[in-house]
Design a protein around this ligand. Structure first.
Ligand code: NAD
Length: 261
């Protein structure tokens, strides 16, 4: 028996990285999943690999209300209802605050923050109609503590924690639990753009990255997207039935304190 048997979950940003692994794991645990992204070819390929009976892909730019409405229609038609959401889509930009163009700051808010808000606004009524369920938002290590050069991003990730708490309060009576994940560094194209290079990550780049995480992360390595997917599974399934409104740090111990090594 799977941990998500009978569930129907919408996952945004599911064409690659953490969202892809969440879709694969949720389907393996018995859920039917609607993968949304703006990377259509890749998203459709992942859904196809998971299988028609378990997964569908829909173009879902999380900043567009009409895309959310279309996603609901696709999920209803394919799977009959929706009882889960993982707000995973996100973008990251590195910049000093005083050098950050206003347009860039706004773009991060639009995708990371407005995108999660629209997800809650659109999907919560569907989950309520299905008799209750879960929403998992994706914040970050930087939503809880500072990190230089990611000011716009950190602001949106802190906002997601605020959204999570309020949504948990407002939706508890409708049978909907809302929690947030705060990953540290995870080995996806966001943290490691070399992964997008067709020739792969160079030995040198990989060595530099491994060295960095060996020094700063107590568990001595970068996280794997599959490890974040397992937290999303916990927060979506019945194992977390008495938990709502909380942030969960999944960072190899990075935030436990300052490493002296
Ligand atoms: P990723 O870049 O591999 O994946 C992000 C996905 O979101 C991509 O498929 C991208 O196409 C999609 N996306 C971007 N803009 C979108 C939009 N407007 N509408 C729909 N989809 C869109 O990165 P990831 O590491 O898998 O990131 C997943 C989430 O985890 C993000 O919210 C990110 O901020 C968060 N996070 C990542 C890390 C890390 O180190 N990788 C750490 C903490 C938090």
């Amino acid at each position: 028996m799977g941990k998500l048997d009978g569930r129907v979950v919408v996952i945004t940003g599911a064409a690659r990285g953490q969202g892809e692994q969440e879709a694969r794991l949720f389907a393996a645990e018995g859920a039917r999943v609607l993968l949304g992204d703006v990377l259509d070819e890749r998203g459709a390929a992942v859904a196809k690999e998971i299988g028609e009976d378990r997964a569908r892909y829909v173009r879902l730019d999380v900043t567009r209300e009409e895309d959310w409405a279309a996603a609901v229609s696709v999920a209803r038609e394919a799977f009959g209802r929706i009882d889960g959401l993982v707000n995973n889509a996100g973008i990251l930009r590195f910049n000093e605050l005083t050098a950050t163009p206003l347009e860039e700051f706004r773009q991060l808010i639009e995708v990371n923050q407005v995108g999660a808000f629209l997800g809650i606004k659109t999907i919560a009524p569907e989950i309520e109609a299905a008799g209750g369920g879960t929403i998992v938002n994706t914040s970050s290590y930087t939503g809880l503590t500072g990190m230089a050069y990611v000011g716009a991003y950190a602001a949106t990730k802190a906002a997601i924690l605020g959204l999570t708490r309020v949504a948990a309060l407002e939706l508890a009576g409708k049978g909907i639990r809302v929690n947030a994940m705060c990953p540290g560094a995870v080995d996806t194209p966001m943290a490691n753009p070399g992964l997008l290079d067709p020739d792969g990550v160079t030995e040198e780049a990989r060595g530099a990255m491994d060295g960095l995480y060996r020094r700063v992360v107590p568990l001595g390595r970068v996280g794997r997207p599959e490890e974040i997917a397992r937290l999303a599974l916990f927060l979506t399934g019945e194992d977390s039935s008495y938990i709502t409104g909380q942030p969960f740090v999944v960072d190899g111990g990075w935030m436990a304190g300052v490493s002296v090594l």
